[in-house]
Ligand binder design. Structure first.
Ligand SMILES: NC(=O)c1ccc[n+]([C@@H]2O[C@H](COP(=O)([O-])OP(=O)(O)OC[C@H]3O[C@@H](n4cnc5c(N)ncnc54)[C@H](O)[C@@H]3O)[C@@H](O)[C@H]2O)c1
Length: 327
C-alpha cells in the first residue's frame, strides 16, 4: 500500500504530542484521519488547526472502554495506536492507572482492530523495554528486565503485538520510541519530559533540575523523525515487518549536561539573560535507565526509515514554539 493512496486512519492519542504531529502528516499526505483521545494528558488545541478540515474528525473516547475502541476503529483501514499514560515516575506512583490504560487499553484497541478487520495496526512501544540491559547501542533482540511498571506495560504491548500477528494474522508493527521531543510536548506538571521541563525553567530564568550527575545519556529524537517512522511503518511493504518491533531514534547519544548546554545556547539567542543560568542537581530517580542509544539499522533496512533531523536542528525548530506559548 502506498501512502499516497487515500486511506482512513485512526490515530489514538491523536491530540497528544506525537499523535497531533502524526495527524498533521497524514492529513498533509491527503488521507482521512480520525483522532481518538480522552484528553487525559493533552489539550484539544494541539489539533485545533485541523478541526474544520473535512478529512479530519476528533472522536472523544477512552481506550479503557472496549465499546469506545470498537466505535473508533469501525470503517478504518489502519490504526496508529499511540494513546497511553507516559512517564516512568507516573507509573511508579500509580502502577494500576498505567496498567489499565497502557495494557488493558492496548488490548481493547488491538482486539477492536482484529474484530473490525483493519489492514494494519501500528503501535508505540518505548526504549524503556531495554530496562537494565547495559548493551549499547540497544538492538531490538536484546532487552533487559523492566525497571518500572511503564516498561512492563510496553513490553506487554509488544508481546500482544507479536501474538496478534502470529495467532490472528493481524499485521502489527511496534515502534520503540527513544526520548521524542518537539513542539507541543507538554512542559507542565510533575510528569513532564526533560526537554520541555528544562526549557520552561530556562524561560523563567531558573536553573533546570537534573537528577543525578547529568552524565546519563539519551538518544533524543526530534518528533518529525518519529512521524517519519510511523508513516513508513504504515506503508511498509516488506512482509518481514509483520509482528516486529523497531527502534525509532536518531542514533546518537547526548548527556543531560550537553543537552542543557545546547538548550541554553538556543534560548540565549532569544533572551540573552539565559546565558547566565546554571543547573541544579537532585537525587537520582529510580526506574531511570543510565544510558540509552539506539541501533536503528533494523528500521533503516526494513522500513526505509531515515531520521532527517538531528538534536541541534530539532531544538532550533522546537524552541520558538515554547517561547511563543510561554505563560
Ligand atoms: N514522547 C516520548 O518520548 C515517548 C517515548 C517512548 C514512547 N512513547 C509513547 O508514544 C505514545 C505517545 O506519547 P506522547 O509523548 O505523544 O504522549 P502524550 O501524553 O502527549 O500522548 C498520549 C495521548 O494519549 C491520551 N490518552 C491517555 N489515556 C487515554 C485513554 N484512556 N483513552 C484515550 N486516550 C488516552 C492522552 O490524552 C494523550 O493525548 C505513547 O504511547 C507513549 O508511551 C513516547
Amino acid at each position: 500500500m502506498s501512502v499516497s493512496s487515500p486511506t482512513t486512519y485512526l490515530v489514538s492519542g491523536g491530540s497528544g504530542f506525537i499523535g497531533s504531529h502524526v495527524c498533521d502528516a497524514l492529513i498533509e499526505a491527503g488521507h482521512r484521519v480520525r483522532a481518538m483521545d480522552n484528553l487525559a494528558t493533552s489539550k484539544r488545541e494541539n489539533i485545533g488547526h485541523l478541526e474544520g478540515n473535512e478529512r479530519f474528525t476528533f472522536m472523544p473516547g477512552d481506550i479503557r472502554v472496549l465499546a469506545d475502541c470498537k466505535a473508533a476503529v469501525r470503517g478504518v483501514d489502519i490504526v496508529i495506536h499511540l494513546a497511553a499514560l507516559g512517564s516512568v515516575p507516573r507509573s511508579i506512583a500509580d502502577p494500576i492507572a498505567s496498567h489499565e490504560t497502557n495494557l488493558s487499553g492496548f488490548l481493547h484497541m488491538i482486539e477492536a482492530a482484529r474484530i473490525e478487520g483493519v489492514q494494519r495496526f501500528i503501535y508505540a512501544s518505548s526504549s524503556s523495554v531495554y530496562g537494565d540491559s547495559k548493551e549499547l547501542p540497544k538492538r531490538e533482540e536484546n532487552i533487559g528486565r523492566p525497571l518500572s511498571p511503564y516498561a512492563v506495560t510496553k513490553a506487554g504491548n509488544e508481546t500482544y503485538g507479536k501474538l496478534y500477528a502470529h495467532l490472528y494474522g493481524l499485521p502489527t508493527i511496534g515502534l520503540r520510541f527513544f526520548n521524542v521531543f518537539g513542539e507541543r510536548q507538554d512542559p507542565e506538571g510533575p510528569y513532564a519530559a526533560a526537554i520541555p521541563k528544562f526549557i520552561s525553567r530556562f524561560l523563567d530564568h531558573k536553573a533546570p533540575l537534573i537528577h543525578g550527575d547529568g552524565l546519563q545519556s539519551r538518544d533524543f529524537t526530534y518528533v518529525a523523525n518519529a512521524v517519519e517512522a510511523v508513516v513508513k511503518a504504515a506503508s511498509a511493504a516488506d512482509e518481514r515487518c509483520t509482528g516486529e518491533v523497531f527502534n525509532v531514534a536518531y542514533g546518537d547519544r547526548t548527556t543531560l549536561l550537553e543537552l542543557v548546554d545546547a538548550l541554553r545556547d538556543e534560548l540565549a539567542r532569544v533572551d540573552p539573560a539565559i546565558a547566565g543560568v546554571g543547573v541544579e542537581h537532585g537525587p537520582e530517580r529510580s526506574g531511570d535507565i543510565r544510558d540509552s542509544l539506539a541501533d536503528i539499522s533494523k528500521a533503516k533496512g526494513l522500513l526505509g526509515y531515515i531520521p532527517a533531523v538531528d538534536l541541534r536542528t530539532g531544538l532550533r525548530k522546537a524552541v520558538p514554539w515554547y517561547v511563543a506559548n510561554w505563560k
